[in-house]
Design a protein around this ligand. Sequence first.
Ligand SMILES: [Zn+2]
Length: 390
Amino acid sequence: MVSGGIGTLPAADEAVVLVGSFITPATRQNYTPPAPHTENELDRVAPTVRDVVAVTTPVFTTIHTLQTGETLGSIAEQYNIPLDTLVWSNPSINGEVLIRGQELRIARMAGIPYTIQAGDTLDSIAARFGVNADMIAAFKPNGISVGQPLPAGHEIFIVDGTAAIPEQLLRAYGGMAGLAATGPQHAGITRSASSLLEGPDTVYAAKAKVDGGRRVQLIGQHDGWAKISVGDTTGWLPLSALDVAGDILAQVPTTNDFPPPPPMWVWPARGAFTSGFGWRWGGFHNGIDIAARAWSPIVAARAGTVMEAGWCSGYGFCVRMSHGDGIQTLYAHMIDYPTVSVGQQVPVGSVIGYMGSSYDLAGGGYSTGVHLHFEVRVNGVNVDPLIYLP
Ligand SMILES: [Zn+2]
């Protein structure tokens, strides 16, 4: 039998047997109700009878707002609950940085909250948390009626239950000791989904995406950019992409710890330089040709925006990009549709399509074999790409 603060209940099947055998049809036939008491008699012999009102106190009665200087350990101690109760009560303790102002649910006793899954039974839940099944049902805030199916998706609280902290959290916070010592750090919240860049400028390539509303740790800052880490990833975001308190930002050190900016221009393909810019065969060649095997990658020669991507008159499958300063580049004779689309921002050196020999005869184009025809235009006028390529 269970001992402890909750008390004991008969098992569910016992209760059913009691009710079922207490009033049999035979007893009912022989049963004569006693004569009703008069009101005066009732007043004399019986105390005032009240309806039983179910009074339950919710498990989570307190929201604690995380302050600078506090740790998870100090908060658990303050409310006299185990650290695992605090951690399991708060899915926002998820391996990411903690932030000042973060709200934590405080349970009024030791235990583990648990959301009932389809197929769970009281016994399976009890076994999982090392407690007695009757206790789970007896704890009124759980709202469980014995004999009724458990409501999947409903959160209950396993009083005195224990559950190991997930490995992933222990790794993120440095074991149980690290977890206890973890408190709010210099951190901000992303305003919307953003790209993490390799360095503090839009010329750097993106290395990862971060969702909006994520807590990110501020490692350093440089010229209106923040070096942040989220999970295992580190990168740069403009400060405008972050919600961060001014006094916190003031404490984040300035850093020059980022790679040199990428080259502004790269060659758009590897291969043999088969034709230069200028007059040839009685005609003017308004770009350069680079030949290699079919499906050799073609990359953006400079970071920019895709203006045209697909079948281009004269050029076959092609991409045209704009790079600001009146400069455009064009990549022709691709083997198939480009891998980028109109409006896309493309970093320098990233693949935009593959080498082929498509051309549009009707549009005045021609190609004698697999190669890239590459043009650079300045304010609409074709210029020798070798002026720009490194
Ligand atoms: Zn050409």
